[in-house]
Design a protein around this ligand. Structure first.
Ligand code: 2U9
Length: 357
């Protein structure tokens, strides 16, 4: 039977072509030339019609057997080539994670001192049980001023050099927040005491000279509970300063002052020994007990709850700790400055591992 010999030859030719295919592309070519529409097996199939009926059945079965055998060989060779391709890829793409970091974004990029100091302070306050609260930079006049006991026409509104937006159709004026205090207002309106939060972020004042930039950074803290007092306030401030300046002792004095949102109020000074300048005092921020009007404005009963708040400039804290002389350089995007004063991305501040090392 000439056809049977043809088929055996065809099968063995195709099987050796399959075995010789070196990659998946070559194998696909073999598949198309064997089993494709105009492939060699299909061509043999087409001859079926011209055979006498009695031969058609046996020949048809024999062609199908070749087709099945060739398909199986294609499948098994495909599996072998695929796993070889995967092995090759794994070998070529493997990374030696013990190698030092190559020069590039991770080793050359720098964390801005403001971001680094924010991370340091977040670490210090997290250790004392404070949560981080955030709010929008664009605030309502009500949250930025009125609820903080700064009514219309209060002189503090002028002192804050506010950036105002145009009034809307109801006459309401939005502002760029002049302090992060509206974050504490939002927290008191949405959470029940006890409250222990810090609110770090950008603030804006229409003021620009050697020591003021129109945008700067603040961190404020708020604690509200039933028996919170100024002793707690002073302890938290002292612990914060010792951890932040990485010293065992810090001299601190609270100097009487006035803010509309606290009563009593004080300015916070620390002994400049903390930054290696003995004999001087440094002002680092303001603080006080939250004014009863502010508590009432946020739906809290001042007979039951009281608390303290304080605020500091983050940029100033960074300048003091890291001896950075010029505030305006903070926002000038000068790469040489950033290379000098910035921090490595891999130096994440932790209390256990050191904040600034
Ligand atoms: C609420 C109630 C009270 C936050 C406070 C200060 C005093 C303060 C300045 C220090 C340096 C801002 O960056 S700075 O110029 N801040 O003197 N901040 S008490 O008091 C609050 C805040 C929110 C609800």
């Amino acid at each position: 039977m000439a056809e049977t010999i043809d088929l055996e030859e065809l099968q063995s030719e195709l099987l050796s072509e399959i075995a010789a295919a070196k990659d998946l592309g070559a194998l696909e070519q073999v598949r198309v030339s064997a089993l494709g529409k105009s492939g060699r097996v299909s061509a043999v199939m087409k001859r079926l019609g011209s055979l006498p009926a009695e031969e058609r059945k046996t020949f048809g079965a024999a062609v199908n057997a070749v087709k099945t055998r060739v398909s199986e060989a294609l499948d098994s060779h495909k599996t072998i080539l695929e796993s070889a391709a995967l092995e090759a890829r794994l070998a070529s793409e493997q990374a030696d994670i013990t190698l030092p970091v190559r020069p590039g974004p991770v080793s050359e990029g720098r964390i801005h001192p403001v971001s680094h100091v924010m991370d340091e302070l977040a670490e210090i306050f997290a250790d004392m049980g404070f949560a981080i609260a955030e709010g929008p930079d664009i605030e309502s006049d009500d949250y930025n001023f009125t609820k903080l006991n700064i009514p219309q026409e209060h002189p503090a509104r002028q002192e804050h050099d506010t950036f105002y937006f145009h009034p809307d159709s109801n006459g309401e004026r939005l502002v760029l927040r002049t302090h992060t205090s509206p974050v504490q207002i939002r927290t008191m309106l949405s959470q029940k005491p006890p409250i222990r939060i810090i609110a770090p972020g950008r603030v804006y004042r229409c003021d620009s000279d050697q020591t003021h930039t129109p945008m700067f950074h603040q961190i404020e803290a708020l604690v509200i509970d039933e028996s919170t007092h100024m002793g707690h306030l002073k302890w938290v401030l002292e612990e914060m300063c010792k951890a932040f300046f990485e010293v065992d002792e810090v001299k601190m004095r609270l100097r009487a002052s006035h803010f509309p949102f606290t009563e009593p109020s004080a300015e916070i000074d620390i002994g400049a020994e903390a930054i290696g300048k003995p004999g001087q005092w440094l002002e680092i921020g303001g603080c006080g007990m939250v004014h009863p009007n502010v508590l009432v404005n946020c739906g809290l009963d001042p007979q039951r709850y009281q608390g303290f708040a304080f605020g500091m400039g983050i940029d100033r804290m960074a300048m003091l700790k890291y001896g950075i002389p010029d505030l305006r350089a903070f926002f000038s995007a000068d790469l040489r400055w950033l290379r000098h004063y910035g921090f490595s991305m891999l130096d994440v501040p932790t209390l256990a591992g050191g904040l600034s090392s």
